[in-house]
Write a protein that binds this ligand. Structure first.
Ligand code: DAH
Length: 349
C-alpha cells in the first residue's frame, strides 16, 4: 500500500521493515513512531485531519495484519503422514511408564477370548459396523413383521439399500451367522466342522444405566457338523468360561426363546466373584447366579438359508456379552466406564 502523506509513508517503510525482525510482533503496534503520528493529528489544520487520520488507521491495519499472519504461521505445524511406515531407527520420545498407552481392557479381554476359543479349534471372524436387514433379521429367522424384531432397539440409517430398507448398526453379532456358514460350508462336505466365533461391537438404542450401553461387545459362536447335540454346546461353554475365569464353575441352563435357535437356552454361571457366598454381592445381587448368555441349537431355517442341509448337519450357536463377562471378572460395577475414556479406570488393567 502506498501512502500519500510523506510522514506516514516514511513511518510505513520503517515499521513494516522492523516488524519482520521482532520476536514479539505485536510490539510494533506500540511503536513510538506510531504514537507520535497519532499525537500529530491534533496539530494539523482541519482540512487534512481526516485524510491523515484515515491513512494512519490504514497503516495500523496493515501492521495488524502482519502481526496476525505471523501468529497464524507460528501455529502451522509440519504435516505428519500417520499412515507412513514407522522408521525403526527414529529416536523415540521418552515416556514415563505410566504415560504410555495400552490396549483397551475390552480389547485385551477379546484377545484372551479369541485365544481360548482358538485352542478349542474355533476361528475368529470380524463383524461390521453397518449391516442390512437380511443379515440382522431374515437370515436368523426373523421374517418381516416378526414381533421379536422389536426386542432389538436398532439404530437405523436414513438412507436405504435401494429396496427401501434402512441399513442397521448390528444389534447383535448373530448378523454374522449367515456369512460365516456360507464362507465355511464347503468344509462340511470334506467332513470338517464349522467352528467360528465373532467377537465384535454391537449397538442398541438403549436407555443407559450401569448395565446398559448403546455400544457394547458380544462374542458369537457357531459350531456345525454331523451329529452335534446340546450336550456339546453346554460342555463347550463350560470349558470356555472355566478357562476364562481360571476356576471351576457351576452352570445352569434354562429354556428360553430365540428365533434363531430351537431349542433355545439361557445360560447362567455360578458367580465367579462371590461364588454365592455374599448376600450383598454387587455382581450377582446375592443370588449366586448370573444370566450370562443366550444359546441353543441352530434353527433349521438358519442353516437352510445359508445353504447347509439341516437333514444332514446340526449345530449350536451362542451369543455372549463381553462387557458383562469382563465386569464379572474384575468386579466392574458400571458398564459405562468402558467407553468413558476415563484414564483412572482404564489404567487399572
Ligand atoms: N443374538 C442374541 C442377542 O443378542 C444372543 C444369542 C442368543 C446369540 C442365542 C446366539 C444364540 O447365537 O444362539 O440377544
Amino acid at each position: 500500500m502506498s501512502y500519500q502523506n510523506e510522514d506516514i509513508a516514511r513511518a510505513a517503510d520503517v515499521l513494516l521493515a522492523r516488524v519482520d525482525t521482532l520476536d514479539d510482533k505485536a510490539a510494533i503496534l506500540r511503536a513510538p513512531e506510531l504514537g507520535a503520528l497519532y499525537a500529530q493529528i491534533r496539530t494539523l489544520p482541519n482540512e487534512v485531519k481526516s485524510s491523515f487520520g484515515a491513512e494512519l488507521n490504514a497503516l495500523k491495519t496493515e501492521l495488524q495484519a502482519r502481526v496476525e499472519a505471523a501468529a497464524d504461521a507460528a501455529v502451522e505445524l509440519p504435516l505428519i503422514d500417520v499412515t507412513a511406515p514407522m522408521d525403526a531407527n527414529a529416536p523415540r520420545p521418552s515416556l514415563l511408564p505410566n504415560e504410555q498407552g495400552s490396549t483397551h481392557p475390552l480389547t485385551q479381554e477379546m484377545e484372551r477370548i479369541v485365544e481360548i476359543f482358538g485352542r478349542m479349534g474355533f476361528v475368529a471372524e470380524e463383524s461390521r459396523e453397518l449391516d442390512d436387514q437380511f443379515h440382522m433379521f431374515e437370515s436368523v429367522n426373523f421374517p418381516k413383521g416378526h414381533p421379536a424384531r422389536d426386542d432389538y432397539d436398532t439404530f437405523m440409517t436414513v438412507e436405504t439399500d435401494g429396496a427401501s430398507d434402512p441399513f442397521i448398526a448390528p444389534a447383535h453379532t448373530s448378523t454374522m451367522q449367515n456369512r460365516t456358514l456360507v464362507k465355511y460350508r464347503d468344509q462340511l462336505e470334506r467332513g470338517e466342522a464349522i467352528a467360528a466365533i465373532v467377537p465384535d461391537r454391537c449397538f442398541r438404542n438403549e436407555d443407559l444405566d450401569a448395565r446398559h450401553e448403546h455400544t457394547f461387545y458380544q462374542v458369537e459362536g457357531i459350531y456345525v457338523a454331523k451329529g452335534v447335540h446340546a450336550g456339546m454346546l453346554i460342555a463347550t461353554l463350560q470349558e470356555f468360561l472355566q478357562s476364562y475365569y481360571g476356576q471351576e464353575l457351576d452352570v445352569r441352563v434354562n429354556p428360553f426363546y430365540f428365533p434363531f435357535t430351537e431349542p433355545s437356552f439361557e445360560f447362567a454361571l455360578s458367580c465367579p466373584f462371590c461364588k454365592g457366598t455374599d448376600a450383598a454381592c454387587k455382581i450377582c445381587s446375592g443370588e449366586g447366579w448370573i444370566e450370562l448368555l443366550g444359546c441353543g441349537m441352530i434353527h433349521p431355517n438358519v442353516l437352510r438359508m445359508a445353504g447347509v442341509d439341516p437333514a444332514i448337519y446340526t449345530g449350536f450357536a451362542f451369543g455372549c456379552g463381553i462387557d458383562r463377562l469382563v465386569m464379572m471378572k474384575y468386579g466392574v460395577e458400571d458398564v459405562r466406564h468402558f467407553e468413558s475414556a476415563k484414564l483412572d479406570f482404564l489404567e487399572q488393567f
